[in-house]
Design a protein around this ligand. Structure first.
Ligand SMILES: [Zn+2]
Length: 390
């Protein structure tokens, strides 16, 4: 076991040192807690320019740019992290990064300050070698990704649109790999729609059902239909859409009252066969066909997006394969990310980052090797995008 405190600091790769500096900031959403300043101190001496936006809920958004004209490459990332939870369960404190057995441990190590450090180091090396490179290299960094996400990248995308920025290529550094580093590039994400259903009945005594109207009985067949329905067969890029009921509640905890109301919570992860509007229309029509006296309340948490694989996806895939020896698969599984916002102003948007095995968990970590290789992959990708004649 190597102890970071006794290891010679000079021996550590720059990407690990930068990741440590970012990870030392206790930046639980939406507080950036000094992480933007760490990036600023690293990149501004290399003639990057910086625009920072502070939003009313305490989010810090940063747009860090080198270059002026098209084409535009953007690295999208976040420096906020989820709460570390019970501190006593961590082997070392979550905001005191520690290297043990080749892994860097801290909250946010894999999700996603490690990727932010790798991208910043790749950017630095690229502009040092090619100070007059064509095109524009930019980082969009927010401290509101793990929360509602509305004050972060979503808001910055509106600002960029106002400025007339159009992105040619965008990589979001979310931890995308599952079984081994290099195995997955995400080229899209499913949409996510939350529903709350309230079924109305009439409360009464269980011995006198004729005087009551049981919402549990009325809803049962409808819920069976909802949960067993095949929504689609999936597409070339997506798994089939899926509806999951997550909560059912009715009654008062006693056996002799027919409840007056039933509440159901559910979530739908849907692919590009559906739009949110068509799903809502369809589910409400299913309830109407059963004459259910009910109300629906809807909350969208993400629209689906997919990037048709183009030049960047190819160049990134080749870089991943060359550097890791692993040919990455394109896939769209998993939760939502800020790529959904960036994809609205970008021709090609994918996610590539380290392993996702420990994200949001106690003792979150990232391999030191992964960080070093990730920097190489990002550097090779931007170098080829900007400098190869194709
Ligand atoms: Zn993340």
């Amino acid at each position: 076991m190597t102890d970071s405190k006794t290891a010679p600091q000079g021996a550590e790769p720059q990407v690990v040192a930068l990741a440590r500096a970012l990870l030392s900031c206790p930046s639980v959403t939406p507080d950036a807690a000094g992480a933007i300043e760490v990036l600023q101190d690293f990149l501004l001496p290399l003639h990057f320019s910086l625009q920072v936006e502070h939003t009313p809920n305490g989010t810090t958004n940063a747009w860090i740019v080198h270059g002026f004209d098209a084409p535009v490459f953007v690295f999208g990332g976040h420096v906020d992290v989820v709460s570390p939870g019970d501190l006593s369960k961590w082997t070392t404190p979550p905001f005191e990064p520690d290297v043990r057995d080749g892994k860097l441990y801290a909250r946010g190590a894999s999700d996603m300050k490690g990727s932010v450090a790798a991208a910043a180091c790749a950017f630095a090396r690229f502009v040092r070698e090619h100070p007059d490179h064509p095109g524009t290299l930019a980082m969009l960094i927010t401290s509101d990704e793990e929360g509602d996400g509305l004050e972060g990248t979503a808001r910055m995308v509106k600002t960029l649109r106002r400025w007339g920025v159009h992105i040619d290529w965008c990589i979001v550094g979310e931890p995308s790999c599952a079984a081994r580093f290099g195995d997955t590039i995400k080229n899209g994400r499913r949409g996510s729609l939350n529903g709350r259903l309230v079924v109305h009945g009439k409360q009464g005594h269980v011995a006198y059902p004729q005087l009551a109207d049981n919402p549990v009985h009325k809803a049962a067949a409808f819920l069976a239909e909802l949960s067993s329905r095949v929504w689609d067969e999936g597409t070339e890029h997506f798994l089939p859409s899926s509806l999951q009921i997550s909560n059912i509640h009715a009654g008062h905890g006693v056996v002799n009252i027919i409840p007056g109301e039933l509440e159901v919570l559910f979530n739908i992860r849907y692919n590009t066969c559906w739009t949110q509007e068509r799903l809502i229309e369809e589910i409400e029509a299913m309830a109407r066909r059963r004459d259910l006296s009910c109300e629906f309340f809807w909350k969208s948490s993400a629209q689906p997006f997919v990037t048709r694989p183009g030049r960047m996806t190819r160049v990134l895939s080749e870089a991943v394969e060359r550097v890791t020896g692993c040919r990455p698969q394109l896939n769209t599984a998993g939760g939502t990310s800020d790529a959904r916002f960036l994809s609205t102003i970008s021709d090609e948007t994918v996610e590539f980052g380290p392993m996702n095995a420990t994200i949001h968990s106690i003792n979150e970590c990232v391999g030191v090797d992964e960080l070093v290789l990730l920097e190489e992959i990002y550097l090779e990708t931007i170098t080829r995008l900007f400098l190869d004649e194709e």
